[in-house]
Design a protein. Structure first.
Length: 162
């Protein structure tokens, strides 16, 4: 990855904060088990739904990662595939699928707020990455940003930013 691109990647900072919070919550859940156990749903239900979420998230991540790598090699802004749905599908896959799936698989009430923690960290660190993308791709990124939500795959209203 060229030096200019490397300087505005938010992933390592986001990942570190998210993993620390998630790891602490997992440790607390294990140490205090069954205090935070989701007892209202069966183990089987939580495991199946949790695994489906995690597998879906991994698939979304993998498809987006391959597209991103192709774009980086070409030096182009990726706006197709998963990137046509959301601007940051790598983060979205974790926030919307992998982390909630893991929380369900662990059957832990304590882990259920972790997507909100990950989303908050995303909102803190992503402006720097988007500034870098804006500097590198200019008008192309501005137009892409106007038509595509950052994380949530919902249609945008014209002129609204996320």
């Amino acid at each position: 990855m060229p030096e200019k691109q490397r300087q505005f990647v938010a992933g390592p900072k986001w990942g570190l904060i998210t993993m620390i919070c998630f790891s602490v919550a997992v440790i607390v859940h294990i140490v205090t088990y069954p205090r935070f156990e989701i007892a209202s749903l069966s183990f089987f239900t939580c495991a199946i739904v949790g695994v489906l979420f995690v597998v879906t998230g991994i698939c979304v991540y993998a498809v987006a990662f391959v597209s991103l790598q192709r774009g980086l090699r070409k030096g182009t802004l990726v706006t197709s595939g998963m990137y046509a749905i959301v601007r940051h599908p790598l983060y979205a896959s974790s926030i919307l699928f992998i982390i909630p799936g893991a929380a369900l698989a662990f059957r832990s009430w304590l882990l259920l707020p972790m997507p909100a923690v990950a989303y908050t960290a995303f909102r803190i660190f992503i402006p720097g990455e988007e500034r870098g993308l804006s500097e590198q791709y200019g008008e192309e990124f501005r137009l892409y940003r106007e038509r595509t939500n950052a994380i949530f795959p919902v249609p945008r209203r014209r002129g609204k930013r996320s």
